[in-house]
Each structure stands twice: as structure tokens, then as C-alpha cells.
Design a protein around this ligand. Structure first.
Ligand code: SDX
Length: 431
């Protein structure tokens, strides 16, 4: 069969170009426009990248219309039901589900990287006590290359793997230390006998003066939510990590740039914004007024936790978390928490509102996750930190895939220039 191509013709000059179509395993194929500027003299224009594939990847597949999410081909629903976060981390890094021995070995590697360099621990003292924990995360993760420069030769595959393991392993310890600094309590060392999320809970909530018992419901709920947040194709923060990595910056700096991008309320910062929004709405009777604000273009208010660039159906992760809410809230806190009822009523009213239906605006992963974090006792300003811990697996996997490509090149987009034409300098006394 002849090569699949797409022809574009310039109706001004009559000139045409035949562009090859790159084949996908599933989902849309892509027109390779690499020659377009050189041969046709035009840039392609796609702010927000609504129709642009920035790379090819084998990691995660989304179908926005079906509300489908696959990690290395495995449906998120099956991984949520049957797997655990460390096993999903192995799957994303190495491409297949591990054998029992591979999983045990990988878990041991991650556990043994969970401690922080003692000098690094003092870095937290430099942050103001009420610094937002995401600010601390950006600073401390970015500083890791100053402590672990023995794994920053990105041309060395082993260095790349050690740096990736260190990042996945240390994120909970750094997150917990950021939290402890904000509440004026002493940092807690990781405990290698615990699970990934059990360790995080203990490092966050235990204090030296009494025993701490990990709630298995909270431990499992956090593990499940982390699985759902591991990766999500070329979202804003992952694209940031890839772009930073394409300049051959060290992996710690790249992941720190991802944390920065995730912090925005249009992205990972939405989970914190959802809880703040629900608190602002306060009662069910106020919902119509806030929905009107969400539709009013002159009002910056948006319904946080609703809408998605890709999902034009229910976010499959939101569906799983929504289901989990009831089970978890029943066990972790008094079920008459009005916030869950308010969230459910808000969702019900919005999903029956023409504005939201017409624009296919559904709850996304951030709409319900904050309710679980709140039930576990995680403060609102730590919600996006939780997202960053889990997404570090996806960022590391995407960075490894990008840096390992044969034809890896620096990412350098062009622009449509609409500024002033060339003009001469005017002396100040003549202006
Ligand atoms: C995450 O990309 C990923 O994969 C991200 C993520 C991941 O796992 O990495 O899934 C995680 O970031 C989830 C999204 C969390 N953000 C929020 O919940 C913030 C609220 N949502 C919106 O800001 C918005 O929906 C975005 C940012 C998520 C998507 O923005 P788009 O794709 O640019 O959509 P858009 O702004 O073009 O909206 C289309 C229309 C517009 O109205 P019209 O101009 O057509 O009249 O829908 C409206 C928007 O005004 N709209 C909303 C809305 N979201 C979109 N109106 C009110 N409330 C909203 N939440």
C-alpha cells in the first residue's frame, strides 16, 4: 500500500506539499509537518496545542470522547482495582507489569532512596513558616542536583535510572518535611518497614511524643488516588518537563519545573481550588448563583474541578474517586460532612445545565480528590503536593522516554509575530 499522505495546497500560489501521516497504535494519527516551513514558508499556528502532537509516546493513552485512560495499555479501572502505586510506577518506567521478584526488588530500591541528605533537611529552615508547601517543593526538588550530582550525567543510562528512583522515593519525604515545617513540628524520618503511602502518612502526621497508627483505609485510599494521578499524556506540567529536559537540563531541575506548572489552578492546583470554592459556596441554596458566575464571561470565576482539554465525557478518574468517596468518608469521618453533599448537588445541577452540557463540561480528577484528602486529614494547601508526588512517576517516565529518543532535539517552538515593523531609534529630546 502506498504511503499515507495529506496534501496541503496554498490557494494563493497554487503550491502544494504532500505530508506523510504517522501511524498510531490507537487514536488519532498525526500529519508530520516537519518540512512544512522549509518548503511552504509558513508556520502552523495552534496556541494551546489543541491539534498538535508534540511527541510520540508509548506511555499513556487517552480517549476524551470515550472517557478512556490506559497506562501502557492497561485500563485505569483495572489498575485501580487490582494494582498498587509502586507496581504502577514499575509499569510506567519499564513497560510491563513486574514479576513478584521484580516488584520486590523495585520496592526495595525505592525504599532505600527515601531518606534525605542531612544538609538538605536544613534547607527547609530557610523557608518562611507559612510558605505554601508547593513553593517549598519547587525549591527543594530543584536543589536536589546540588546534593545528588553523582546521578546527573544524563548521557549515562544508569545515572538516569538512579535519578528517577531518587525522585520517586524522595518526593513523599520532601512533601512531609514541607508540611512539618509549615506546622512547626519536627521532621520524621522515613520508615522502611512501611508502604509508600503508609510512610507518607507517618512522616506527615506522627509526632515524637506518641505512637502513630496508620489507618489502613487512609493508606489504601491514598495509594488508589496516587495510581489515578500517575500520568496523563502531554498535559501542561508533563510538557514542561519534556521541554526543560530537551535542553539536557538535569532531571531534578526538570521535575521542579513540572511542579511549578502543576501548581496553577487551571491544572493540578484545581484540587485545592475546588475545596476553597465549595467552602465559598457554603450551602446548596447558593449553587445557582455560583453557576451563573461560572457562565458569566466578565466574571473570572470558573467551576473548579469541571471541564478538561481532552475529556469531553466524565473523567474516568473522577468516576473512580467519586465511587470511592462514599466508602472512604464512611470509614474516615462522620458521613454527615456537608461538603460531600454540596459537591454531589453541585455536580448534579451542573450536569443538567445547558451551558455545561453544550460545552461537554464534566467533573475532572480534581473535583472529588480533595474530599478524600480532607477526610484523611490532609490540609488543603497540601492537596497539589499530593498530586505532585504521584505525577512524579509520570514525569520521570516521560522524561526518560524523551531523553532516550535517538533523534532527541531541543524543543524550540516558533511564533506568529504581530509586533511593530522595523523602525529607527528616536533620541529622547525628540519623543
Ligand atoms: C487537570 O491536561 C490534563 O490532562 C490535566 C489533568 C492531568 O491529569 O494532568 O487532567 C489535570 O489539570 C484537570 C483540570 C483541572 N482544572 C480545573 O478544574 C479548572 C477549571 N477548568 C477550566 O479552567 C478548563 O476546563 C480547563 C483549563 C481544564 C480546560 O480549558 P480548555 O480546554 O482551554 O477549555 P476552554 O477554556 O476552551 O473552555 C471551553 C468553554 C469556554 O466557554 P466558551 O468560550 O466556549 O463560551 O468552556 C468554558 C470556557 O469558558 N469552560 C468553563 C469551565 N471550563 C471550561 N466554564 C466554567 N467553568 C469551567 N470550569
Amino acid at each position: 500500500m502506498s504511503e499515507h499522505t495529506v496534501t496541503i495546497t496554498d490557494n494563493k500560489t497554487g503550491k502544494s506539499i504532500e505530508l506523510p501521516v504517522k501511524q498510531s497504535t490507537i487514536g488519532p494519527q498525526a500529519v508530520d509537518i516537519g518540512r512544512f516551513f522549509r518548503e511552504m514558508g509558513y508556520f502552523t499556528y495552534d496556541p494551546g496545542f489543541l491539534s498538535t502532537a508534540s511527541c510520540q509516546s508509548e506511555l499513556t493513552y487517552l480517549d476524551g470522547d470515550k472517557g478512556q485512560l490506559l497506562y501502557r495499555g492497561y485500563p485505569i479501572e483495572q489498575l485501580a482495582e487490582q494494582s498498587n502505586f509502586i507496581e504502577v510506577a514499575y509499569l510506567m518506567l519499564y513497560g510491563d507489569l513486574p514479576t513478584a521478584q521484580q516488584l520486590s526488588d523495585f520496592n526495595n530500591v525505592i525504599i532505600r532512596h527515601s531518606m534525605l541528605n542531612e544538609s538538605l533537611k536544613r534547607l527547609f529552615e530557610g523557608f518562611y513558616h507559612d510558605a505554601h508547601p508547593m513553593a517549598t517543593m519547587v525549591g527543594v526538588v530543584g536543589s536536589l542536583s546540588a546534593f545528588y550530582h553523582d546521578s546527573t550525567d544524563i548521557g549515562n543510562v544508569e545515572h538516569r535510572e538512579i535519578a528517577g528512583h531518587r525522585l520517586i522515593a524522595k518526593m513523599p519525604t520532601i512533601a512531609a518535611a514541607s508540611y512539618k515545617h509549615s506546622v512547626g513540628e519536627p521532621q520524621v524520618y522515613p520508615d522502611n518497614s512501611l508502604s509508600y503511602t503508609g510512610n507518607l502518612l507517618k512522616m506527615m502526621f506522627s509526632v515524637p511524643c506518641e505512637e502513630y497508627e496508620i489507618d489502613p483505609v487512609a493508606e489504601r485510599a491514598l495509594d488508589l488516588i496516587f495510581i489515578l494521578h500517575v500520568d496523563h499524556e502531554q498535559n501542561a506540567s508533563t510538557s514542561t518537563v519534556r521541554l526543560a529536559g530537551s535542553s539536557l537540563a538535569n532531571p531534578f531541575a526538570c521535575i521542579s519545573s513540572g511542579i511549578t506548572a502543576l501548581w496553577g489552578p487551571a491544572h493540578g492546583g484545581a484540587n485545592e481550588a475546588v475545596l476553597n470554592m465549595l467552602n465559598e459556596i457554603g450551602e446548596v441554596k447558593n449553587i445557582p448563583r455560583f453557576l451563573e458566575r461560572a457562565k458569566d464571561k466578565s466574571d473570572p470565576f470558573r467551576l473548579m474541578g469541571f471541564g478538561h482539554r481532552v475529556y469531553k465525557n466524565y473523567d474516568p478518574r473522577a468516576r473512580i474517586i467519586r465511587k470511592m468517596c462514599h466508602e472512604v468518608l464512611e470509614n474516615l469521618c462522620d458521613m454527615n460532612d456537608p461538603t460531600l453533599e454540596l459537591a454531589r448537588r453541585l455536580e448534579e445541577i451542573a450536569l443538567n445545565d445547558e451551558y455545561f452540557i453544550e460545552r461537554k463540561l464534566y467533573p475532572n480528577v480534581d473535583f472529588y480528590s480533595g474530599l478524600i484528602y480532607k477526610a484523611i486529614g490532609i490540609p488543603t494547601n497540601m492537596f497539589t503536593v499530593m498530586f505532585a508526588i504521584a505525577r512524579t512517576v509520570g514525569w520521570v517516565a516521560q522524561w526518560m522516554e524523551m531523553i532516550g529518543e535517538d533523534n532527541q532535539r531541543i524543543g524550540r517552538p516558533r511564533q506568529l509575530y504581530t509586533g511593530r515593523g522595523e523602525r529607527d531609534y528616536i533620541a529622547i529630546d525628540k519623543r
